[in-house]
Design a protein around this ligand. Structure first.
Ligand code: ZN
Length: 957
């Protein structure tokens, strides 16, 4: 039986149904969400216990326990059963451990949900914590920690904790590693922790499915009433980890990346109970503003900043942390005390002006608008976010946490402003050049740092900030003129594919009127297909295009930020091609496009030498920092370089960036985007006349006003994807940076056929066959590393099945041999597959293909892919489903044998940690598992000599 609680307020654009209940038998609280149109169901469980509860001698235990709950329960003892089940129903699960919460969540197709939920509920009814898996899984935790060791974000987060008050629960290490977890008694410790902190009365559940609320309630009562109630009190923390002994401090840190930053962190009163009008959110918004009169604009104008970000969080129910981080230029670093004066002057301005009704109201109105016209969330994101909110907010607000209306409260805002003082502040200076001053070493990440009291001169700067008289004006943001005024709908009752409105020598304009979402929003995608300045031919042109894009983004920053605050996001991005994305309220988009493209007409690089220098330095740093990224991220870029023509290695790009000069760049910019063709899609709530009007605005600005020449479709040249010969394995190896302790492998298998719908479907089926078994075999059983994925993936229309492992224990050659034996095992498994099992795989893939787009943006982006790939198959999903129905088990087995054995065409990227280079070479000698192994030292040579896939994107097949 259940008791109905206060119902949450939902957005007016939300058609889901909600019911919040409590089960008197064990006091568990559950939100039921019924959505008859959903393709996937999801559930999340949030337990009010986390890292703060770790025993001091078992740090990371809460996180380790989170991993262990997935590995067998009394009713379902097999460790891989949950994942296997999810895999059969196109599902996925994850979890994370926070300070005082642990959140578990999954989604899967509706058909598999009931059973999945039963398995999931047993995590909290009776998990096994088997001895064997306890000792195995701590390797995955250790590997997860290894993955983070070189990441500055993690290092700084830990340093904040390590330099807090000793003995405070906050002063701990949350991830855990073998040193903190590998003990004789660890299994008993896990069980003790579970019994001590996991209890139904502190657990919140969210269930979303296509069934009715009544049906969901019956299931929820049956399953979740079994969770034991240990009647635990909600954890309460008494003592703040920050006080006068560790505030008013100046820290210095040596980062891993080449980046200089200055961070301000204020410890303010706690506003958890006042979350509806939380002042730290307002002040974080004001400090982080990037429009006219912002702190960032003034710092950039002074040549001190490259970027600025702000954030806020509520911690332990005791305090708020408000942080402002300035990414410094070289000049900013040398003059960091002047930067402090700017921040102090901005703070002073806030104290004088920010506590006004209209400032608060505008901030609140925007968040109300966001809530009223929100896009539908994907079930898995939605459930875990609400489960978190249920621990933190009143029930009426759990669907609108940040957007709950509350009138202006002068005193409350004042309390936060009054606390923005140097006594509550920590300043951190971060730079690779600080090695000599940083005489301390953090215990868990080995971060070099120092900590001193804030100096007298900085204290003075906060009392009486001094900034140059000719500095750019800092003030509150001006009233936003781009805020939408009208919310009329221009949607259609019938669903039709995108329509070709214009197709001439300048532009291909496509238009898709919304018939599904019925909110007054649009998404615009504009691709500049330019054929000038040697793009695709030289590394220099590539670097110059990146630089041009960054400089133009800076040139338009204030306008774009104003639009963003009016809920119209825009992003110009260069990733092989230059693409502009704009999405938000329909009412302001035409106006915005006029203003934005006018900026393109006015953009004159010759007048921007100072800005050029800042952006060039930033780009040089970014290209250098590429080599400090985690290997699995570097892998994506190396793969693109390895597998495609007209691309350049990260090293080439980095070197080329050192040769860019202002005058040659001005010349480049004069010719850039002067020979091009536009591809444009606008989707959402607007009429075809408005779409046509926007198309005309684009051509008028780019061709008439800016003087570009049109380029014929047939004159554009694109990248091509290499195709290894049959029975060939190309292995491209790079050695990672000095400090890197992880290795990486990505093995790509392609099917050798052109991209037919059938081939796409086969790849999807194979992707599903492997995903769970690959994870279970290589991560859970063989403990090779935390990141173990198998996926289907496509580059320029060429499909791959891809296996990825990042490993701190074994080098790539060893990993390659394990992938090979995995595939051999799969051969046997596939041969033994019953037709019943095959039908499950087919059904899971069908759910994935059918899955509806969640927003106008998602839908527009999907259709835009079909447009830029020039196949215009807008009914691709339907075609794939038709094809899927025709494929038989024998076809799949045959394709499997062909792709991985008889007709194998494989390319492998190996990234080796310097620690493992020798071992890797040794493995290469002794374990060459393949025929056709070819070591590629220079990918350029292979691109030159091997055959290429036809260019599916272009016009010269
Ligand atoms: Zn983890």
């Amino acid at each position: 039986m259940s008791v109905t609680l206060q119902q949450p307020v939902a957005s007016k654009s939300d058609d889901r149904k909600y019911k919040l209940i409590k089960l008197p038998v064990n006091d568990i609280e559950i939100l039921l969400i019924s959505d008859p149109t959903t393709d996937k169901s999801s559930a999340a469980v949030n337990v009010n216990a986390g890292q703060l509860q770790d025993p001091i001698e078992r740090q990371g235990l809460a996180h380790f326990l989170e991993h262990m709950l997935f590995l067998g329960t009394k009713k379902y003892p097999d460790a891989s059963q949950f994942d296997q089940h999810l895999n059969q129903y196109s599902g996925y699960s994850n979890a994370f451990t926070a300070l005082d919460q642990t959140n578990y969540f999954f989604h899967c197709s509706n058909a598999g949900f009931k059973e999945a939920l039963d398995r999931f509920a047993w995590f909290f009814i009776e998990p096994l914590f088997t001895k064997e898996l306890t000792s195995r899984e701590m390797n995955a935790v250790n590997s997860e920690n290894q993955k983070n060791l070189q990441q500055d974000l993690w290092r700084e987060y830990q340093l904040n904790r390590s330099t807090s008050k000793e003995g405070n629960p906050f002063n701990k290490f949350g991830t855990g590693n073998l040193e903190t977890l590998n003990f004789e008694s660890t299994r008993e410790d896990l069980i003790k922790f579970y019994n001590q902190y996991y209890s139904s009365n502190l657990t919140k559940v969210v269930i979303l499915s296509n069934e009715t609320l009544e049906e969901l309630e019956t299931q929820a009562v049956e399953l979740f009433s079994q969770i034991p109630n240990r009647k635990l009190p909600k954890p309460v923390y008494k003592e703040s980890p920050f006080d006068s002994t560790n505030l008013k401090k100046f820290l210095k840190i040596v980062p891993c990346k080449q980046e200089k930053r200055l961070k301000f962190s204020w410890v303010l009163p706690n506003y958890e109970k006042n979350y509806r009008k939380n002042p730290t959110k307002l002040f974080s918004y004001l400090y982080g503003h990037e429009g006219e009169h912002s702190l960032l604009s003034a710092l950039m104008d002074a040549g001190y900043a490259e970027a600025l970000r702000s954030s806020e969080s509520q911690i332990m129910g005791l305090f708020s942390q408000l942080s402002v981080t300035v990414v410094l230029t070289e000049q900013g670093f040398e003059n960091y005390e002047k930067v402090i004066n700017f921040v102090s002057a901005y703070t002073k301005m806030l104290k004088e002006k920010a506590n006004q009704q209209w400032v608060y109201d505008e901030f609140k109105n925007i968040s109300q608008l966001k809530f009223d016209f929100k896009d539908k969330e994907e079930p898995i994101d939605y459930t875990y976010e609400i489960a978190t909110a249920m621990q933190e907010c009143e029930y009426i607000d759990i669907l609108r946490t940040d957007n709950a209306p509350e009138p202006y409260d002068k005193d409350l805002l004042q309390s936060a402003l009054d606390a923005l003082i140097v006594d509550n502040l920590r300043i951190t200076l971060i730079s690779p050049t600080l090695t000599e001053e940083c005489n301390l070493t953090e215990k868990y990440y080995q971060t070099k740092y120092s900590i001193e009291p804030i100096s007298e001169s900085i204290i003075k700067a906060f009392e009486n900030p001094q900034i140059p008289h000719d500095s750019k004006k800092m003030d509150l943001p001006p009233k936003n003129t781009l805020l939408p005024q009208k919310f009329d709908l221009f949607t259609s009752e019938t669903d039709a594919p995108p329509k070709d409105l214009l197709n001439n020598e300048f532009i291909e304009l496509w238009y898709k009127q919304d018939s599904q979402f019925k909110i007054p929003k649009v998404t615009l995608k504009l691709r500049f297909k330019n054929n000038d300045c040697g793009l695709g031919l030289t590394a220099r042109a590539e670097v110059q295009t990146k630089l041009w894009t960054n400089l133009f983004n800076e040139f338009t920053r204030e306008l774009r930020y104003q639009a963003e605050m009016a809920l119209l996001d825009s992003n110009l991005e260069f990733k092989q091609e230059l693409t502009l994305t704009v999405d938000g309220f329909s009412d302001s988009i035409t106006n915005f496009m006029e203003l934005y493209l006018q900026k393109l007409v006015e953009f004159d690089v010759s007048k921007l030498q100072k800005e050029f220098q800042i952006q060039l330095n930033k780009l040089q740093k970014d290209l250098k920092n590429f080599f400090k990224q985690p290997p699995y991220q570097q892998g994506n870029t190396y793969n693109e370089y390895f597998l495609q023509t007209r691309t350049f290695s990260p090293k080439q790009l980095q070197e080329e960036s050192l040769n860019i000069q202002f005058d040659t760049f001005v010349e480049f910019s004069t010719n850039f985007l002067k020979a091009l063709r536009l591809e444009l899609l606008i989707g959402g709530s607007l009429t075809s006349e408005s779409a046509l009007n926007i198309g005309n605005i684009c051509t008028a600005h780019i061709f008439e006003k800016r003087g570009a020449k049109p380029v014929k479709k047939s004159d554009l040249i694109d990248r091509r994807v290499i195709q290894p010969a049959v029975d060939q394995v190309y292995v491209y190896t790079e050695t990672l940076g000095e400090e890197e302790t992880n290795n990486y492998i990505c093995a790509n298998y392609e099917d050798g056929e052109s991209v037919s719908v059938r081939s796409r479907v086969i790849m999807e089926l194979l992707g599903n066959v492997f995903s769970e078994s690959f994870f279970t075999q290589l991560r859970t059983n063989e403990c090779l590393g935390y990141i173990c994925w198998s996926r289907t993936n496509a580059i320029r229309g060429v499909g791959f099945v891809r296996f990825i492992i990042q490993s701190d224990v074994q080098p790539p050659q060893y990993l390659a041999s394990r992938i090979h034996s995995f595939l051999q095992q799969q051969k046997i498994r596939l041969e033994e597959l019953t037709s019943e099992q095959f039908e499950k795989i087919r059904a899971a893939v069908e759910v994935d293909i059918r899955e509806k787009d969640f927003s106008i943006k998602k839908q527009t982006e999907r259709y835009f892919e079909y447009i830029v790939q020039h196949h215009y198959t807008f009914d691709l999903k339907e075609k794939m489903i038709e094809e899927l129905k025709k494929i038989k088990l024998a076809d799949l087995v045959q394709a499997f044998k062909k792709i991985f054995f008889t007709n194998k065409r494989c390319s492998q990227l190996h990234l080796v940690s310097p620690k493992h280079v020798e071992q890797n070479a040794l493995y290469m000698k002794v374990t060459q598992p393949y025929s056709g192994f070819e070591n590629i030292t220079n990918p350029e040579s292979i691109k030159f000599k091997c055959s290429l896939h036809p260019d599916y994107y272009t016009y010269k097949i």
